[in-house]
Design a protein around this ligand. Structure first.
Ligand SMILES: [Cu+2]
Length: 446
């Protein structure tokens, strides 16, 4: 069942218990679905009108269905009392001791995650709503003694592995939902409330990425190479009330006094056509929209002057198509792109003469795929670039999809190094500031 559900990899201590519960609930639902479905079909056949022209007023006499109902109820109570409630209570009640944890604040906003670490002193600095601006989205008061060493990041959550973390979650505007799928954490952020949640990451981001290694077939990607015909540019007459929503303008249009009315590339919907007609334009150059932006050019295409207008491996945006159409091209070689999801390569690849194509950890690009194909490499090993991330699990407004942050779970040493680096950027080491300023604030602060 677990494979069937295709759950994301799990890197937290409490994750297996949650996955276990999800699996058991699905088993119960599967049994109920098959059971009730079968019973329904049975009744349709058993009590069909042909064999039972007259209703039976006595009805069912056996108690079988009662027993069945009661046993379903008993199973549900066992699931609730035996599994869900203990798991829930462990999550919201049994918080780890303060001395063993990393405590941080997460403040959501439309559309970002602000992370606030207390710094080496372990105390969070004051935040003031009046100090909030684009530079200081938390309104952290840096003049407060506790705030001087506080680290803040946007959309970047770094955590050490194997250490419990308590996150005090809140939001500046609407309700958001803090979701770390790879760590089986999901919690709503409510304006005006600070809600603690905790978990222990037991796998680093790198370990989870290793688990997600998979083979990508270069040959398969290259099978998608095909000749595609390009749209034709035509002169058309327009008049008010026309709608050519699937066409775009292929020239700039100016009015009598030379001001731009509409520029090349704009859509010819009825509103825009009316606008053109109003300025006295009645003939324009246009072309149908190409909608090829998920395709990649497979050659360099040049204009008559020999300049490359669309390069190999370039995305066929409408702009690129316009350039090709203007150079009188009728068709081009293209293939469907493969890098819409961000991936990294998990091994190094080189061509036959030893030239590096990619090294481990590089982001997968279309160029890399083409080069691998040319070098005769059929398969490469990939993994998701961001296997662990924070996503907002609440429709919190247009732009909600942008609310994705990176989660980097690291070894304790890596985390300390990161932390020290952030700290050094915030408060440069004393020696350096002494050199530039003899009455250093840094040293008096000890
Ligand atoms: Cu949100």
């Amino acid at each position: 069942m677990e494979q069937l559900l295709n759950l994301p990899p799990d890197g937290s201590a409490h994750g297996p218990a949650i996955d276990n519960l999800i699996v058991i609930v699905h088993w119960l639902m599967a049994v109920l679905f098959v059971g009730w479905g079968t019973f329904y079909i049975y009744t349709l056949i058993r009590f069909k009108r042909k064999t039972n022209p007259k209703a039976n007023y006595a009805g069912v006499k056996s108690h079988f269905s009662n027993y069945l109902e009661v046993s379903v109820l008993v199973i549900e109570v066992i699931l609730l009392v035996g599994f869900s409630i203990p798991l829930w209570s462990n999550r919201v009640d049994d918080f780890p001791a303060e001395k063993d944890v990393l405590r941080i604040h997460v403040i959501a906003e439309q559309f970002a995650w602000n992370i606030h670490y207390p710094g080496p002193d372990g105390r969070f600095g004051k935040r003031d709503i009046k100090l909030i601006d684009s530079e200081n989205p938390l309104g952290l008061d840096r003049t407060d003694a506790d705030a001087k060493d506080d680290i803040t990041t946007i959309n970047q959550l770094n955590l050490p592995v194997n250490k419990p973390v308590i996150i005090d979650l809140t939001t500046k505007d609407v309700i958001h939902s803090f979701g770390l799928n790879a760590y089986r954490v999901k919690h709503d952020a409510i304006p005006g409330m600070s809600i603690p949640l905790w978990f222990t990451p037991v796998k680093t981001t790198d370990q989870i990425r290793e688990e997600l290694r998979h083979t990508f077939s270069i040959a398969e990607a290259m099978k998608k190479v095909e000749t595609m015909s390009l749209p034709l540019m035509t002169k058309i007459s327009i008049k008010k009330g026309m709608d050519m929503n699937d066409h775009m303008l292929m020239q700039d249009i100016t009015n009598a006094s030379g001001e731009m009315v509409m520029s090349k590339g704009e859509n010819l919907n009825s509103e825009n056509i009316d606008k053109l007609a109003d300025t006295g334009t009645n003939e324009i150059s246009s072309r149908p929209m190409a909608n090829l932006d998920k395709f990649i050019s497979m050659e360099d295409y040049k204009n008559n002057a020999g300049e490359i207008i669309v390069a190999k491996n370039e995305i066929l945006s409408e702009d690129a198509v316009t350039k090709l159409v203007e150079a009188d091209m009728k068709e081009i070689m293209a293939r469907e792109g493969s890098t819409i999801d961000p991936f990294v390569v998990m091994e190094a690849y080189a061509d036959k003469s030893g030239n590096q194509i990619a090294s481990k950890g590089d982001a997968l690009t279309e160029e890399m795929i083409t080069k691998c194909s040319e070098a005769g490499i059929n398969d490469i090993v990939l993994a998701p670039a961001t296997p662990t991330e924070i996503a907002c699990a609440q429709l919190c407004g247009l732009g909600h999809y942008k609310m994705r942050g990176y989660v980097t779970v690291q070894t304790q040493e890596e985390f300390t190094a990161w932390f020290d680096e952030q700290e050094a950027a915030l408060n440069p080491p004393a020696e350096e500031s002494v050199a530039s300023d003899s009455t250093s604030v840094q040293t008096t602060q000890e």
